[in-house]
Design a protein around this ligand. Structure first.
Ligand SMILES: Cc1cc2nc3c(=O)[nH]c(=O)nc-3n(C[C@H](O)[C@H](O)[C@H](O)COP(=O)(O)OP(=O)(O)OC[C@H]3O[C@@H](n4cnc5c(N)ncnc54)[C@H](O)[C@@H]3O)c2cc1C
Length: 351
């Protein structure tokens, strides 16, 4: 059997973009997917590429950096798949309106204040399925194979990238994240071809593209009946969309469901996989708050993780992949707010 440099487990946007950057860096990569390419949360995504209006924070800086990087990356490498359109950001209610107004002084990109909304040009959307296939072009992919701790050795690879949520291959409790479900409806309505901007309120409505407009939202805590709930529109997503955008003769062409996955602080988890048991065994006092340089932690040999992309996987994944591959190739440290170190420390100090 062929020896690969990297085995990437999962072919959503995290796996596909990591595989792409590894291939570009000259590595032999194998991607293994338990279903078919892009069949997890990425399949359901809008995939809106949107900025955030908020107070200054590390998270906002990260989001803006990632959005700028990803828009450039998509424009340069996949211009046909990227649709650059402006975003009309509406407040949810009166309280949210006041909040958005107070954030105006912190907007650090081009915008226009309109009657009741902000028009932001630093935005767009991309076709998730076509993008994932395009990223994986020229990379070997095995579908319909679920990698488990028992069968991991089926593939010969020098390093492993875990690129799927809720992984069970390595028993690391500090990687526990939260799942939130969502739907997307592809719809048509009278005059829909004239909609040439994205709008966000309590749901997102895309610009018209290739015969349809996408309506999406992800805030559903009960994820066991997503398929049925989407079919019946249990959470009235279509009505919510109609409440702020007129859609006469609305027709649902197709619907998608999916689960997104997030960490306790909303930042993704990207970097070397820490071996919790071995690290604690060697430095038991770390649990009480003593500092141990991260270079001294015990890591799983050549195992990396890229997950917990939350509601903006298509914004974050190319940027994270670039950082991860820079860490691997140039030995650059990963930004501390992304590193698994933070979830590890939080978990062991609470346990
Ligand atoms: C309805 C909805 C709308 C969204 N809208 C947007 C949006 O507008 N913009 C945006 O940026 N983000 C959006 N998101 C969020 C985005 O989709 C996620 O952040 C992103 O898809 C996460 O990508 P991922 O690669 O980590 O996981 P996934 O897409 O879930 O990919 C993981 C893959 O790994 C495979 N896998 C799992 N376990 C194994 C295993 N053991 N062996 C092999 N393969 C395995 C799965 O089958 C899957 O294909 C939305 C999400 C949903 C659900």
């Amino acid at each position: 059997m062929k020896m690969y440099d990297f085995l990437v487990i999962g072919s959503g946007i995290a796996g596909a973009s990591t595989a792409y950057f590894l291939k570009e860096a000259g590595y032999e990569v194998l991607v293994v997917e338990k279903n078919t390419v892009c069949s997890g949360g990425s399949y359901g995504a809008g995939a809106f590429l949107s900025p955030k209006l908020s107070k200054p924070s590390k998270y906002k800086d990260y989001l803006n950096d990632a959005l700028g990087f990803s828009l450039d990356f998509y424009q340069k490498n996949f211009p046909d798949l990227l649709k650059r359109v402006s975003l009309h950001k509406y407040p949810f209610d009166e309280r949210d309106y006041k909040k958005l107004q107070s954030y105006e002084k912190f907007i650090d990109f081009e915008y226009e204040k309109k009657d009741g909304f902000f028009k932001l040009d630093f935005a767009g959307f991309i076709d998730p399925l076509k993008l994932t296939y395009a990223l994986l072009e020229g990379i070997e992919v095995i579908e319909n194979f679920e990698v488990t701790k028992e069968n991991l050795k089926t593939f010969e690879a020098k390093s492993i990238i875990i690129a799927h949520p809720n992984q069970t291959i390595y028993e690391e409790k500090y990687l526990k994240t939260k799942n939130i479900g969502g739907y997307r409806y592809d719809v048509s309505f009278e005059g829909c071809e004239k909609k040439n901007f994205n709008s966000h309120k309590d749901c997102s409505i895309s610009a018209y593209h290739e015969g349809k407009v996408a309506i999406g939202a992800t805030y559903i805590k009960e994820i066991n009946n997503l398929e049925k709930d989407a079919k019946e529109d249990k959470y009235n997503l279509l009505q919510k969309a109609r409440n702020f955008f007129e859609m006469e003769k609305l027709e649902v062409l197709k619907y998608y469901t999916g689960v997104r996955n997030m960490s306790f602080d909303f930042f993704p988890i990207v970097g070397k996989l820490i071996d919790e048991k071995a690290t604690i065994l060697k430095y038991p006092y770390i649990k009480n708050g003593s500092k141990v340089p991260t270079s001294k932690y015990i890591y799983h040999d050549n195992v990396y993780i890229h997950t917990a992309l939350g509601s903006r996987g298509f914004v974050y994944a190319p940027y994270n992949s670039m950082l991860l591959v820079d860490m691997i190739v140039k030995d650059k440290e990963i930004e501390s707010h992304l590193s698994p170190v933070r979830t590890f420390l939080k978990y062991i100090r609470k346990a």
